[in-house]
Design a protein around this ligand. Structure first.
Ligand SMILES: C[S@@+](CC[C@H](N)C(=O)[O-])C[C@H]1O[C@@H](n2cnc3c(N)ncnc32)[C@H](O)[C@@H]1O
Length: 278
């Protein structure tokens, strides 16, 4: 399937590649928490679904070491190519790459010790089918851990922008259950899908951390307005003057989160984990 949303991700790939180093730094605490929740350790064989330009797959490759391996996947070929380039730059030799969609994983049953997904599950056309497949390719007892955004009003990384853009562009509320960043923002929502998919011992952890990187408000807006397909679409409908206005206002509304001209947004993410039954 290559839907409109997949087209949007293909268009996003070069921007995700451009900002990959900053994105890796921003979400490093979340990657560490995912590794912890999935019980990933040296020597394991791990699947990362919807890796984008390579995370958390490449950090996990460092954690499992040369005696382990990671399979880095994404539905978009350009994202996988970007991830391969980054693995080469970091001299990682224990990573395999595969372009594939989450609901049709091209791997046999029992192939992995654990499977993870950071900020992907909310975009899958059919999350139940995808989670069943992630469980299937895991060995019995292997963990599936998924990170999704908690509510947008708890995440200034989003609302510092949306409170500005909503004044320039009409933004209807998202259809309940439709693919989007906050589809699984309510506690329990993704956990119930994971349970329905057949996982055992399902639990949810609320991770509070800071999204930090050495960038200014101007660089923050450049990154967000390029990497987000939703924002690109909104901005495309504005005049050049309005776009400049949005940029200035976002930089102002985000400024409190840049003490010393360095980004530090408090953030809240849900990590949902379950096991393939033994
Ligand atoms: C928000 S990005 C997250 C990328 C990366 N995991 C990260 O945390 O930086 C979402 C990724 O999901 C991928 N994606 C969207 N739908 C997918 C699907 N059905 N199957 C696999 N990947 C998908 C997109 O191509 C994109 O790379």
């Amino acid at each position: 399937m290559q839907s409109d949303s997949m087209h949007e991700w293909r268009e996003s790939a070069s921007y995700w590649e451009k900002h990959a180093r900053i994105i890796r730094a921003m979400f490093a605490p979340l990657t560490r928490a995912l590794i912890e929740e999935a019980g990933i350790h040296e020597g394991q064989t791990v699947l990362d679904v919807a890796s984008g330009p390579g995370e958390p797959a490449l950090t996990i490759a460092e954690a499992v070491g040369p005696s382990g391996s990671v399979t880095c996947t994404d539905a978009v070929a350009e994202m996988v190519i970007a991830a391969k380039g980054e693995a080469r730059r970091r001299a990682l030799t224990n990573v395999k790459f595969r372009q594939c969609e989450a609901d049709a994983l091209p791997f046999g049953d029992d192939s992995f010790d654990a499977a993870v997904c950071r900020f992907g599950a909310m975009f899958f056309p059919d999350p139940l089918v995808a989670l069943r497949d992630m469980l299937r390719v895991n060995r019995p007892g292997g963990a599936v851990s998924l990170a999704v955004w908690h509510r947008s009003d708890l995440n200034p990384y989003y609302y510092a922008i949306n409170q500005v853009t909503s004044r320039f562009v009409e933004t209807p509320p998202a259809e309940p259950g439709a693919p989007g960043a906050f589809r699984f923002a309510e506690p329990g929502a993704l956990a119930s899908v994971l349970r329905e998919a057949g996982a055992a011992d399902v639990r949810e952890r609320l991770l509070k951390f800071h999204i930090e990187a050495p960038i200014t408000p101007v660089e923050f807006w450049a990154m967000r307005s390029e990497t987000s397909g939703t924002l690109r679409e909104k901005l495309a409908g504005l005049s050049a003057k309005e776009r400049v206005g949005v940029a200035r206002e976002v930089e102002e509304s985000a400024r409190p989160f840049f003490p010393d001209d360095r980004m530090s947004f408090p953030a809240q993410v849900l990590i949902v984990t379950g096991k393939r039954p033994t």
